[in-house]
Design a protein around this ligand. Structure first.
Ligand code: PXG
Length: 465
């Protein structure tokens, strides 16, 4: 047995962690000084740490534990599959039952004619697959010059070199020579931060038309695809104005380019529909899935592909694939997760009960003097922190300074609520009941009160300009 157990003292675990474990998106030297919080177990919507603290997980892990923690059925599905067939690949004219069954299930669940799936281990890999799929598609269509992919600033599509290039995060592009060639970015539909004096609807149209202008600038014969999240998640739960997606859909219908919808966060019930694509009435050619597909119990993702694209791609060998494409244990876990989602009507629960109740409480937070706007779709929500409710201006301090101070209060109050810059975001397990949402609200309110006081005390309650 491994000697590292939950029973070691926290400080010892933290020291070992600091010595050997490089954390994602972390200044490890800084973390080593504080020590990471050690999560030891979880049940339902609650995490337990090595000090025995009970923490409400309003982020569902990293936007993924949609059915909540501690579902034995998933553990049992994994154990059964490990005993039966722990691994086999799907290369070289082979297949196995979990991959077959999951592909069949996904084809049934996915909207429109997205009847095919190329498996990956997560969202980044799946989006790398998408880069190759769209370029290969146009090669096979006899238009090899159609290689440019249009994405958006502040989009998040993963952290591999390909997927981070698709993403529009400056911080990532600055490290490691990204974006790779032939990926370009247009503006995001963030009215609160960037809409100025325009109405949200006019601003939504304007940002959508940047796609049309970019296609014209590059020439339609050079553009392969447009990729976007229905609602930007890691970018701060940016909910586009109502005018945005209909205008994007019009442009995509008029132009000969592919639409890739990244549903890594918005998929599997997060919006109160199975997919954000249905929420917004989109017609993607490719859809990225991961996270909620297995509720995070096993690493699995994929690209759902339309009949039209799959037919073209399938005509010749597509020289692409991962050792773990369609991994049988991950596939078995995902299948069991989807079975539970359906049996327990979790998507309906989000649409009809938990989502509306969370929205009611979330918008109440909008009355707080520290809150400039509240946004929510299904069970993904954000609020903008502000020093002046009337102004829609950023803080004078560098972006994220104030947000981090509020997140620290959330941590202290045993609430996992993230900050993205100076926006606070939640994406709770979809199985939250009203009592859990009440607790989320109470802790969020207390954290806002305390954060507001701390920011004032530090002299940071000031708008820029
Ligand atoms: N697309 C979207 C829309 C995502 O949100 C990915 C792709 C990449 O998936 P993988 O499985 O490769 O991580 C994501 C992931 C954050 C955070 O800080 C968000 C994600 C991952 C890690 C952290 O909000 N989203």
């Amino acid at each position: 047995m491994n000697e590292i157990t939950n029973h070691l003292p926290t400080a010892e675990l933290q020291a070992l962690d600091a010595a050997h474990h490089m954390h994602p998106f972390t200044a490890n030297a800084d973390l080593a000084k504080h020590g990471a919080r050690v999560i030891t177990r979880a049940d339902g919507v609650t995490l337990t740490d090595s000090e025995g603290e009970q923490i409400l997980d309003a982020m569902a892990g990293l936007w993924c534990v949609n059915i909540g923690y501690g579902r034995d059925e998933l553990a049992e599905a994994a154990a059964r599959q490990m005993k039966e067939l722990p691994y086999y690949n799907t290369f070289f004219m082979s297949t196995h039952v979990p991959a077959i069954a999951l592909a069949d299930k996904l084809a049934a669940l996915a909207p429109g004619d997205l009847n095919h799936v190329f498996f990956a281990s997560g969202g980044s890999e799946a989006n790398d697959t998408n880069i190759r799929l769209v370029r290969r598609y146009w090669d096979l269509m006899g238009k090899p010059q159609k290689h440019v992919i249009i994405s958006r600033k502040n989009a998040y599509h993963g952290t591999s070199v390909g997927s981070a290039s698709l993403g529009g995060m400056q911080g990532m592009h600055a490290q490691g020579g990204m974006p790779i060639p032939d990926i370009v970015h247009i503006g995001q539909p963030d009215w609160y931060a960037e809409g100025g004096e325009m109405s949200p609807e006019d601003f939504g149209i304007m940002r959508a038309r940047e796609l049309e202008a970019k296609i014209d600038e590059l020439g339609e014969d050079r553009v392969a695809a447009f990729i976007a999240e229905p609602v930007q998640g890691a970018g701060g739960v940016i909910v586009p104005p109502d005018s945005y997606w209909p205008e994007i859909s019009r442009i995509c219908a008029e132009r000969d380019i592919l639409l890739v919808v990244d549903e890594v966060i918005t998929g599997f019930g997060r919006t109160g529909r199975w997919f954000g694509t249905e929420y917004y009435g989109l017609k993607p050619d490719i859809m990225t899935i991961a996270k909620g597909l297995s509720s995070g119990y096993a690493p699995i993702g994929g690209s759902m592909v339309s009949d039209k694209v799959a037919e073209v791609i399938g005509a010749e060998e597509f020289t692409h694939g991962y050792t773990y494409s369609g991994h049988p244990v991950a596939a078995a876990v995902a299948l069991e997760n989807l079975r539970i989602m359906e049996e327990e009507k979790i998507v309906d629960h989000v649409r009809d009960e938990a989502g509306p109740y969370l929205a009611e409480k979330w918008h109440q937070l909008g009355d707080h003097p520290f809150v400039g706007e509240t946004k929510i779709v299904g069970m993904m929500a954000s609020l903008a922190l502000t020093a002046d409710k009337s102004a829609r201006l950023p803080f004078e301090s560098p972006a994220g300074t104030v947000g981090l101070m509020v997140r620290e209060r959330c941590f202290a109050n045993n609430l996992i609520m993230r900050h993205v810059g100076d926006r606070m975001v939640v994406s709770p397990p979809l199985v939250m009941q009203k009592a859990d949402i009440d607790l989320l609200y109470e802790r969020a309110l207390r954290s806002l009160d305390e954060g507001h006081a701390a920011v004032k005390e530090a002299g940071l309650l000031k708008t820029a300009g």
